[in-house]
Design a protein around this ligand. Structure first.
Ligand SMILES: Cc1cc2nc3c(=O)[nH]c(=O)nc-3n(C[C@H](O)[C@H](O)[C@H](O)COP(=O)(O)OP(=O)(O)OC[C@H]3O[C@@H](n4cnc5c(N)ncnc54)[C@H](O)[C@@H]3O)c2cc1C
Length: 486
């Protein structure tokens, strides 16, 4: 339920993809929320393009996937190409997911689709309304907003800053944004091309002048991103884009017209904690990374997914101590991994050393043919290998779990599920039922086709997973639940 004015459960600052997705998750749970955006409307730029398989699974569980699947150009290959030849070609088709591809959807379309679904759920964005400051009280946050020079106050139980890299919410918390700027600039251009390159293949083109990546938005519309040493002005001309393609792209690719272009510089930065008291940060407000690997928006959307159920349980009075603090712990581990991988890719592809370039160009075609490399590369970029191992509210590997019953937006909200193997005996069923009755508001019992037991979190990760269904397992599950819910 969206509140126009007055007190709210959640105040979301910023209507980029992360804020819009979080608003959808609040609306799905019928929380009282507001989402404010300083701009007059949504951004019209195509920025983030790649939506990876785990994000699609999350969209599916959240009930927002369908229009994305319709809008997307599906990419199932990643090729390493020099102007003259294909150095390697790798299938991007992770197993055991309903989404074995990368969905290419321009960010302005992503924002429109999330906004439309938010409106369908009764929500709306308050544009030209900027977050100014926040003062934390023991039971809520007093926020000052500015609309056309007039300030207003709102009291929120929780505030989530999804307000991008220059986050005012982060500044208000006096959190530093540790990291560094990369030395090179990037050229970005959305172009209409001839159709010499396959529409379901993403190309990475290592080059002595700097790498070039080509993303197919559809058969004739491509995004090119190139590392650039001496960028002049805000945006490259069409001539410069063509010159760059002639030097670095696979032979035969012709740019026919320019849709949008920009030069930009990049940083890798991250906060030391993603929450302070009742104020949380998500998306670019908390972490920014190199565009190599296309992980930025995906990581931010996963932040929102991790946070929404925890806020919901807290608002309903079911959160024990470790639940809300686990957000920062769990997400920072994932974020640091993303920064490491994208930084490595940036260094490998962006090196200026002739020696390193020669070694890379000799090694990559060989390494990328190894099945173990291919599996690791796809698992990492797809988001499917992300886990919450080591989290204080997880025991074991903390891997993702998905089955049909969780899909479509109704299957999983803010309740845990105790999944019991269909082969479990009567005593195990009785013991599991007793456990569920001790957590009636937050836990339900389901069966699954595997052996053993699994405590499934509301975000589709296993808090506990065992191939046995015995009392020791149930005791562990009880302990884990007591740590995070009541
Ligand atoms: C050129 C480019 C290409 C990229 N390509 C990819 C890619 O392929 N894959 C990928 O995953 N990521 C990519 N990214 C990164 C991706 O665009 C960002 O990670 C993503 O936009 C982050 O979303 P967000 O919602 O966290 O922040 P943003 O999209 O920055 O949204 C923040 C919103 O908050 C609003 N706001 C700011 N201050 C206030 C305030 N005080 N009050 C109210 N509202 C406020 C802003 O106006 C903005 O609308 C790319 C980025 C760029 C620039």
């Amino acid at each position: 339920m969206q509140n126009a004015g007055g007190d709210v459960d959640v105040l979301i600052v910023g209507a980029g993809p992360v804020g819009l997705f979080l608003a959808n998750e609040c609306a799905r749970r019928k929380l009282r929320f507001r989402i404010v955006e300083s701009r007059a409307g949504q951004s019209e730029h195509s920025k983030a393009l790649a939506i990876f398989p785990r994000t699609l699974e999350v969209f599916d569980m959240a009930g927002v996937a369908a229009p994305f699947l319709e809008a997307a150009n599906r990419v199932a290959w990643v090729a390493l190409r020099s102007p003259q030849r294909t150095l390697a070609r790798l299938r991007f088709a992770p197993p055991r997911t309903p989404y074995p591809f990368v969905a290419m959807v321009a960010q302005d379309v992503t924002e429109r689709l999330l906004l439309e679904q938010l409106v369908d759920r009764g929500g709306s964005v308050e544009y030209e309304t900027a977050f100014v400051s926040a003062a934390q009280q023991p039971d809520r946050v007093q926020v000052t907003l500015d609309r056309h020079g007039e300030t207003s106050a709102v009291r929120a139980a929780f505030v989530v800053g999804c307000d991008g890299a220059h986050s005012a919410v982060r500044h208000g918390l006096a959190l530093t944004f540790e990291g560094a700027e990369y030395a090179d600039s990037f050229m970005l251009a959305d172009i209409v091309t001839n159709q010499t390159l396959p529409g379901d293949e993403l190309q990475i083109c290592p080059n002595a002048d700097g790498p070039l990546a080509i993303f197919p938005m559809n058969a004739a519309h491509r995004r090119v991103v190139a590392m650039f040493e001496n960028a002049q002005g805000d945006a490259p001309s069409f001539e410069l884009v063509r010159e760059t393609l002639a030097q670095r792209a696979p032979a035969g690719l012709e740019a026919e017209s320019l849709v949008w272009s920009s030069f930009f510089r990049i940083h890798h930065r991250c906060v030391s904690q993603m929450s302070v008291g009742r104020i949380f940060l998500a998306g670019d407000a908390a972490h920014i990374h190199s565009p190599f690997g296309g992980q930025g928006m995906n990581t931010g959307l996963q932040d929102a997914w991790n946070l929404a159920w925890k806020l919901d349980l807290a608002l309903r009075g079911h959160a024990a101590n470790e639940l809300l603090t686990s957000y920062s712990v769990e997400r920072l581990r994932v974020v640091k991994g993303v920064i490491e991988v994208t930084d490595l890719m940036t260094k490998v592809f962006g090196t200026r050393s002739n020696l390193a370039q020669t070694a890379r160009d000799a090694m990559l075609p060989v390494v990328s043919r190894l099945p173990s490399f291919q599996r690791a590369f796809v698992a990492r970029l797809s988001g499917l290998a992300s886990s919450y191992r080591g989290s204080p509210i997880v025991e074991g590997a903390g891997r993702r779990y998905l089955d049909e019953s969780l899909r479509g937006g109704e299957g999983i909200k803010s309740r845990f599920a105790l999944l019991l193997g269909a082969g479990a005996n009567e005593a195990a069923f009785a013991a599991a039922t007793r456990l569920v009755m001790d957590f009636p508001d937050v836990l339900e019992l389901r069966t699954f086709a595997r052996r053993g037991m699994l405590l499934l979190r509301p975000d589709g990760y296993a808090a506990y997973d065992t191939s046995r269904s015995d009392d020791a397992g149930l005791r562990s599950i009880r302990r884990l639940l007591q740590r995070q819910v009541r």
